[in-house]
Design a protein around this ligand. Structure first.
Ligand code: PNS
Length: 159
């Protein structure tokens, strides 16, 4: 079973890594798919985000890190994947995630979405909150791995 784990990953957080580490236990291959969307302002380039994820998942044998543009279902098909993995945090994620899952299924009936509930510790972590805290020099050490923390500090000029 090949599964795709799509997202913006700008930057990757402990929340994402938790989902990755759990998903690789029940799929044959997990393709982490970074959305390349020039219309969406991002802090890190797609290549930087790809490098972050590659470094942080280097010990996982059944993982691939790719970027994609266009429709997720088309990327999944090109990679012979019929599963989409998404993490779920609080109830506030649900409506958006449900809409995406139903849309993707409408676009391709062969693709199923599997939701993985977050680990309690990661309930309040999101890439946008991490960036906001980093911008104002707050402590993000419990939200992102050290290399991401360092890169964020560098970006926001506290080094
Ligand atoms: O981490 P994010 O930003 O919540 O991830 C959103 C993502 C990348 C999964 C979603 O925007 C996506 O799949 N975009 C590709 C375009 C697409 O397929 N749209 C139709 C389904 S909503």
């Amino acid at each position: 079973m090949i599964a795709v784990y799509p997202g913006s990953f700008d930057p990757i957080t402990y929340g994402h890594l938790d989902i990755i580490n759990r998903a690789v236990n029940f799929v044959d291959t997990l393709v982490v798919a970074i959305l390349n969307n020039p219309a969406k302002k991002s802090l890190f380039t797609v290549d930087e985000r790809k490098r972050h994820i590659q470094i942080l998942t280097k010990d996982i044998p059944n993982i691939k890190v790719e970027s994609f543009s266009g429709l997720l279902v088309d990327f999944a098909k090109e990679n012979n994947a019929n599963i989409v993995i998404r993490g779920l945090r609080a109830l506030t994620d649900f409506e958006y995630e449900f809409q995406m899952a139903l849309t993707n299924r409408e676009l391709n009936k062969e693709i199923e979405t599997i939701f993985i509930p977050t680990t309690l510790n990661n309930l309040f972590i999101s890439s946008s909150i991490v960036k906001e805290i980093a911008e104002f020099k707050g402590d993000i050490s419990k939200m992102v791995p050290n290399i991401i923390e360092e890169e964020l500090k560098f970006r926001y000029g506290s080094k």
